[in-house]
Design a protein around this ligand. Structure first.
Ligand code: HEC
Length: 196
């Protein structure tokens, strides 16, 4: 009797161990919103230049990172381009427990929390080299290496578009150093290849 019982127990244990874990039981898959129509307001820039900048910003996906909620399919329509409280981990959270995290900045013309005090050349330099208005090198999570060869005319059009956005006051969470706890959520991109 005892033997049969222990055989059953063993079978149950084995079956449980073999059960394939399905993460979709615990998690929902979120799809980012890649296109969201952003209203522009009249500015000193020619409307054709602003329209060209808007088109470029859309296809270069600036708003996906720089708009709260866009990464999880729920862009905050009152805060287009005003930064995101969903950050991106730049070290691997599967390898180190507390990765470094950067939060996409507010790039509306608000002078306090956005790019209102940056001049055109500073914005151009950031786009092409990732060096910010204070001379600091930003992380390539902001895909400046991919934008490095943008021609001046296109960069100026993007700048004209950014300056024609409604200024929104919104402070994004401070970037988190590796080893510190991130209080705001983050995404992580990794490529995983099976070892066996
Ligand atoms: C993959 C996500 C992503 C995309 C796409 C992206 N950015 Fe960024 N951007 C970031 C992050 C993250 C930062 C902050 C980097 C840091 O703090 O080191 C940033 C920083 C910036 C800054 C500096 C602002 C500041 O106050 O420091 C500007 C300006 C900017 N981005 C403009 C743009 C423009 C214009 C586009 C499209 C042409 C764009 N970004 C596309 C993620 C992105």
């Amino acid at each position: 009797m005892l033997r049969i019982l222990s055989a059953i127990v063993l079978l149950v244990v084995l079956l449980t161990a073999c059960e394939v874990y399905d993460p979709l039981v615990d998690y929902d898959v979120k799809q980012p919103v890649t296109l969201h129509d952003v209203p522009v307001i009249p500015s000193d820039y020619p409307p054709e230049q602003v329209a060209r900048g808007k088109y470029l910003a859309e296809i270069l996906a600036c708003g996906v990172c720089h708009t709260d909620g866009a990464l999880v399919g729920e862009p905050d329509m009152t805060r287009h381009f005003a930064g995101s409280s969903t950050g991106t981990a730049y070290s691997n959270p599967l390898v180190v427990k507390k990765p470094g995290v950067v939060y996409p900045a507010n790039i509306t013309p608000d002078p306090e929390t956005g790019i209102g005090r940056w001049n055109d050349d500073a914005l151009m330099r950031l786009l092409r080299t990732g060096v910010d208005a204070h001379g600091e090198q930003q992380l390539p999570v902001m895909p400046w290496p991919a934008y490095a060869r943008i021609v001046e005319e296109d960069a100026r059009a993007i700048i004209a578009f950014l300056r024609s956005l409604e200024p929104v006051r919104n402070k994004v969470p401070k970037n988190v150093e590796p080893g510190q706890r991130a209080v705001s959520p983050y995404v992580h991109f990794g490529v995983y290849e099976s070892k066996r």
